[in-house]
Each structure stands twice: as structure tokens, then as C-alpha cells.
Design a binder for this molecule. Structure first.
Ligand code: PRP
Ligand code: URA
Length: 209
């Protein structure tokens, strides 16, 4: 069974409260999502491997550590996942970005795929799938299945807000994928929106309705 890491750093919780507020407009919403994503990126990369190298400071030679191991890929689920990319790239500037276009059919609530462009070497990268909302889990499950079919082996999922239903669904469908999440809300409503949540993440990011 995969692990779930709830990242309740005070700065993350404070900024989450601001994006949950219905009076927060798109500009501020986008800035906050980027800031929260940067804080999440810091936590999510805590276990990246290091190797020792020797360098010379202005004072003397010394041994020091740099990142080693596999390269990272960031995979936003369009549209709302796009809001998280810049925050991750700020801390991981060498990462490549793959895009998966999925939307949730409002009638069936099933994910419908419309776009996919991934780095050619995804089988050699540690992939971080990003999407602000984990509701039924349908979109995350489909995106993860999709990149696995194309060779991805190391995947973690990062979301801002989820609920027990979505977490359970991803854990059952992809037991090898750890989930990093800023808040686990109470439940889904009859339209499969997270309660209390923040509403429709894509619409709030991009000012659509
Ligand atoms: C939202 C969100 C997730 C999905 C979560 O996207 O960004 O991708 O819903 O719901 P699920 O866990 O029940 O699948 P949406 O389908 O609204 O598309 P958008 O990002 O293009 O607005
Ligand atoms: N998608 C969203 O954007 N918000 C939700 O609460 C559920 C799915």
C-alpha cells in the first residue's frame, strides 16, 4: 500500500485558507497556488539522493553534497495542474515537463483524455504528477495509468486538496504511488466536488466558469 503524506506546514495551511476563500480572485489564487506548490516541492523532494563531491571554497578544499540519481519529470494534469508547474520548476529548474490533458465529464464524472506530450525518457525519470484536486481519483488514476503504459516506473502524486474517497481510490489502483497532499477534506458532495474544498480549481485559476 502506498503512503500518504499530509503536509501541514503552517505556511501551507495559511495559504490554503486564502485559496479556499471564495472572495480570492484569479490573480491572487494563481500566485498562492504557485507559492504552495513551491513549499510542497520542498517537502516532496526531501528524500532525493545525494552524492559527495569535492570542491574548493575560497578558503580550502572540502567535500560537499549535490543531488545525484535519476532526473525529475513534472507531469501536470491539464488544466488545473498547470498552476502548480512553476512552483515546482522554481526549485527543480532542470526538470522536464510532460502534459496530460484530461477533463472530468460532468455527466459520467469519468476522465476524458484529450492531450498527451511526455518527455521521451520518462522511464528514466522520477515523475511527479501534479493536480490541485483529488476528488473521486478518476483523473489521477487515469493519468498515472497513462504514463505507466508509456514506461514510467517511479511516480509520486502531489495535490493541494483531497478527500478520503480519492485517496483510497488511488491507493487501491496504484499501490506503488505515494501521495503528497496539503489537506485531506471531509467528503465529496453529490456533484463530486470536495467539501469544503475550494470549488473548481481550473475555473478559479483561469477565471472561466
Ligand atoms: C479537476 C481537477 C482534477 C479533477 C479531480 O479537473 O483539476 O483533474 O477535476 O477530480 P476527480 O478526482 O474526480 O477526477 P477538471 O476535470 O475540472 O478539468 P480542468 O482542470 O480542465 O478544469
Ligand atoms: N475538481 C475540482 O476542481 N474541484 C473539486 O472539488 C473536485 C473536482
Amino acid at each position: 500500500m502506498s503512503k500518504v503524506f499530509e503536509m501541514d506546514h503552517p505556511l501551507i495551511q495559511h495559504k490554503l485558507s486564502l485559496i479556499r476563500d471564495k472572495n480570492t480572485g484569479s490573480k491572487e489564487f494563481r500566485e498562492l497556488v504557485k507559492e504552495i506548490s513551491m513549499l510542497l516541492a520542498y517537502e516532496v523532494t526531501r528524500d532525493l539522493p545525494l552524492e559527495e563531491i569535492e570542491i574548493e571554497t575560497p578558503i580550502c578544499k572540502t567535500k560537499t553534497k549535490v543531488l545525484s540519481g535519476r532526473k525529475v519529470g513534472i507531469v501536470p494534469i491539464l488544466r488545473a495542474g498547470l498552476g502548480m508547474v512553476d512552483g515546482f520548476l522554481n526549485l527543480l529548474p532542470a526538470a522536464k515537463v510532460g502534459h496530460i490533458g484530461l477533463y472530468r465529464d460532468p455527466e459520467t464524472l469519468k476522465p476524458v483524455e484529450y492531450y498527451c506530450k511526455l518527455p521521451s525518457d520518462i522511464d528514466e525519470r522520477d515523475l511527479i504528477v501534479v493536480d490541485p484536486m483529488l476528488a473521486t481519483g478518476g483523473s489521477a488514476n487515469a493519468a498515472i495509468s497513462f504514463i505507466k503504459e508509456r514506461g514510467a516506473k517511479s511516480i509520486r502524486l502531489v495535490c493541494l486538496i483531497g478527500c478520503p474517497e480519492g485517496i483510497k481510490s488511488v491507493q487501491e489502483t496504484h499501490p506503488d504511488v505515494d501521495i503528497y497532499i496539503a489537506a485531506i477534506d471531509e467528503k465529496l458532495n453529490d456533484h463530486a466536488y470536495i467539501v469544503p474544498g475550494l470549488g473548481d480549481a481550473g475555473d478559479r485559476l483561469f477565471g472561466t466558469k
